[in-house]
Design a protein around this ligand. Sequence first.
Ligand code: PMP
Length: 374
Amino acid sequence: PSEEVINFSPGPTSLPKDVEAQIAASFNKPGFTSLSLSHRAPEFLAILEHAIATARAVMEIPEEYEVLFTHGGGHGQFAALPLNLCTDMSDIATYVVNGTWSARGRDEASRYCDVHTIDGSDPETGLFTHFPELTESNVHTDSKYVYFCSNETVNGVELHRLPSLPESLKHIPLVVDASSDFTTKPIDWRGSGVGILFACASKNIGHPGLTITVVRKDLLGKASPLCPGIFNYTTNSEAGNLWNTPATFNIEVVGMVMDWLLKEGGVHECERRSIAKSEALYKVIDHSNGFYGTPVNNKVLRSRMNVPFNIAGGDDALTNKFLIESWDKGMVGLRTLTPFGVGDYLRASLYNGVTVEEANKLAAFMTRFQIEND
Ligand code: PMP
C-alpha cells in the first residue's frame, strides 16, 4: 500500500495536516497541555477564550449569540434542544425530515415535546434527495422552533445557503444541525433567523464528543425544569462554559482548527475549496455514462461534504475491486457502515482535512478505474 493516507472518512476523520502536527507537538510539553491543566487555571481560560474568539471570527457570529461547548456530540443536542426550548410535552416543534440525521433528531425530540414533522423526502420517489420549501401550510404556527439539518451526511443532501421562513413566521427561531458542514460556508445568522445552530466537532473542526452550540441569547432561560444541568444552555452560559469540567483538550483543538482556517483564508476560501473538491468528483460521476451513480440528481442540493456514489449500479465485485485498488493507493474511509442501512453507496467525505489535490487524486483514480473496468 501507499505510504500516503488520504482519509475520506465521514467522521471522525483526519484534521488538516498542519493542525495534526501542532497537536503532536503539543504532547511534547508534558504537564502543560490542556489535558493536564485545571479547567479553571488561567492558562486554560486563555485557551477557552481563544477557541471562542476564533470561532466567532471564522463564522462571523454576531454578539447576540452565545458560543457554548456542549457535551454528548450531536445526539446530546438532539435531546438538549427540546429540553431547552420546550417547557413540557404540549409544546410544539416543527422538524423537517429529509435524511437520516434529521429523522434521528426528530425521533429523539419526540420524547420531550409535541413534534410536527414536515416530510422532506422527494414527493415523487419518497427518497431523501430533496428539501421542501418552508411555508405557512407546512410549518406549524405555534412551533417553538423549526429544525432542519443543513447537510445530511449519509444522504448527500446539502443546503448551500440556509432557507428562511415566510415573513409571517419569521418570529420562530430556526434550529440547524450543521454537524457536517460547519465552517465550510458562511452563515447569515440574523438574516436567516437562526436561533440555535450546533455542530458536533468530529467532522470539520475537531474530535468526537464535543459540540459547538451557538445560541441566540433571547432563547436562554426557557428550559424545561427536567432539563439536566449538563444540557442546560442557560446554566452553561452563566458559568462561562465551566459549569462542569469541559472537554478541555477537544476545545483546544477547535481553537487550532479555527486558527488554521483564518490563516488559510477563512470560510469563503473554505467554501471555494469545498466546491472544487466536490465538483471534481461529481464531474467524473456525471461524465461516466452511468458507470458511476449518485442519488441526488438536483445539483443545487448536492452535498459538497459527502459525495455518495455507486459503481455499475452497486455491483459487488466491482465495488470490492474499487475499494481494494483505492486502498492500495492510500485512499481510506470510502465504505462505512451507518446505523441506517443506506444501501450500496460508497461515500467520499471532503471535510477540512482533505485537500483539493487529494480530492483530485480520487477523481483521477475513478476515471482510470472506469477506463479499465467499464
Ligand atoms: N448530525 C449529523 C449531521 C451527523 O453527521 C452526525 C454524525 N455523523 C450526528 C448528527 C451525530 O453526531 P454524534 O455521533 O456526535 O452524536
